[in-house]
Ligand binder design. Structure first.
Ligand code: PLP
Length: 438
């Protein structure tokens, strides 16, 4: 680690200089403090990014497997959204009124995810918060439920874990407004009995889930799990919300589309605008009717669901071009094949060095884990995390021209990623295992 840190410092004089300067005016020397979570003594500062590559201010090139933690899954600056955004910039960025693109966007979301009606927001966090509010409003129930070690953005009531049978604030939950035990039920992933028990008393308005966990590392559903979730939530009258913000990597319609699942509501953000802030939540006709029965026109803008810029014209143009021309079915086929190649390369290196690790994959996203077999739920995944080892591997990769997502060992493929990019990672990973295990 010391050798890698010395090498990092040698390679990044300009980033260090900029970080020192930014420290005088920005908390931690970065626009958002999680940016200092990147491996290395200080964050690198980027000069530009194009396709699947990024270039830092010291002139070094990187294969970007982080892709803005899915925000740039379409690749950096793909031509169709850039052209659509440039065109729309001259026609009005935001006007509090719909443009023609909006109608196409709604139709395309329905085609991909199956739900008939949509609303637009700026972030996935907002979309999740709004979906939960609506579910509470129409069911008149006080609780929501989530998977343990989920992440759905900065949605207060989801930042909760189990302490034995008790729901408590997750470590690091900053200044929770209320005790999450009064708002939230937490269930382990892949545990239908626990879910049934959590919903049985009819007090839970909504279950908000990623169909596969991604934020604690990829944990895949066991056969029958997602069908079981649907059956139990239906039986207890709990609104089922799928958050496909990351699991869109499974295919053009995410896990919901790939497995033909039937959630009551669905959220997706980050990537749909090609990097421009945009997110959405969809619902069934039944949910929309129940909402309409409770919300009057006078109150639609003061009910806790809003955002002056939500659905702004620029974002609609960006979604139109990103979904229409970049994240297409053909692009997913290529991206998934590349992720399979990445997975195979990592699995071969793990086997060659007899490392007690495993690799999991969901469509165009794959990840290695520091345990010999895949975890079954979030708690098991967390128990096998190793922050120091993770930082070492990320720094090793960074020093060899590869950006890994700072929060996990995840690699994501974009339509611009190439086989050479994947193989570059495989070689560096194999060498890291050689250094660690001989
Ligand atoms: C599954 C999921 N949902 C929602 C969000 C929140 O996205 P944003 O931070 O863009 O609001 C995230 C962020 O990582 C996420 O992983």
């Amino acid at each position: 680690m010391a050798a890698e840190e010395t090498e990092f410092e040698r390679r990044h004089p300009r980033s260090r200089e900029l970080h020192e300067r930014a420290k005088l005016s920005l908390v931690g020397g970065v626009p958002m403090t999680w940016m200092v979570k990147w491996a290395g003594p200080f964050p690198i500062f980027l000069e530009s990014a194009e396709g699947a590559h990024a270039r830092d201010v010291d002139g070094l090139d990187y294969v970007d497997l982080c892709l803005g933690d899915t925000g740039a899954m379409a690749g950096h600056g793909p031509a169709p959204p850039v052209a659509a955004i440039e065109r729309q910039l001259r026609r009005g960025i935001t006007h509090m009124l719909p443009t023609e693109d909006a109608a196409w966007v709604g139709e395309e979301l329905t085609r991909r995810f199956g739900l008939p009606l949509w609303q637009l927001t700026i972030t996935a966090t907002d979309a999740n918060r709004f979906a939960l509010r609506l579910a509470r409003e129409i069911t008149r129930r006080p609780f929501i439920a989530v998977h343990e070690y989920c992440y759905h953005g900065t949605v207060d009531e989801t930042l909760a874990v189990l302490d034995g049978d008790r729901v408590v604030a997750r470590r690091g939950n900053l200044g929770p407004q209320v005790d999450p035990g009064t708002t939230t039920r937490v269930v382990p992933y892949n545990d239908l009995d626990a879910l049934d028990a959590a919903l049985r008393d009819g007090e839970v308005a909504a279950l908000l889930i990623e169909p596969a966990l991604t934020n604690v590392g990829i944990v895949l559903p066991e056969p029958g799990y997602l069908d079981g979730v649907r059956e139990i939530t239906r039986r207890h009258g709990t609104v089922l919300i799928h958050d496909e913000t990351h699991t869109i990597c499974a295919g053009p319609g995410g896990v919901t589309g790939a497995m033909q699942l039937e959630p009551d509501m669905l959220v997706i953000g980050k990537t749909i605008g090609g990097g421009l802030p945009a997110a959405t939540y969809g619902m069934t006709h039944e949910i929309a009717d129940r909402v309409a029965a409770r919300v009057t026109l006078e109150d639609v803008d003061v009910g806790g669901i809003g955002g002056t810029l939500a659905g702004y014209a620029l974002s609609m143009a960006a979604i139109w071009a990103t979904l229409g021309e970049v994240l297409t079915e053909a692009a997913f086929e290529r991206m998934i094949a590349l992720a399979e190649r990445w997975e195979l390369g990592v699995a071969e290196a793990i086997a060659a060095h007899s490392a007690p690790w495993n690799v999991t994959r969901l469509g165009a996203r794959a990840e290695y884990h520091f345990m010999p077999r895949p975890a079954r739920d979030g708690a098991e995944q967390i128990a096998n995390a190793d922050v120091e080892l993770e930082r070492f591997l990320h720094l090793w990769a960074l020093n060899r021209g590869i950006l890994m997502t700072p929060f996990h060992n995840m690699a994501l493929m974009s339509p611009a990623t190439t086989e050479a990019d994947v193989d570059h990672h495989t070689e560096a990973f194999d060498a890291a295992l050689g250094a660690l295990f001989g």
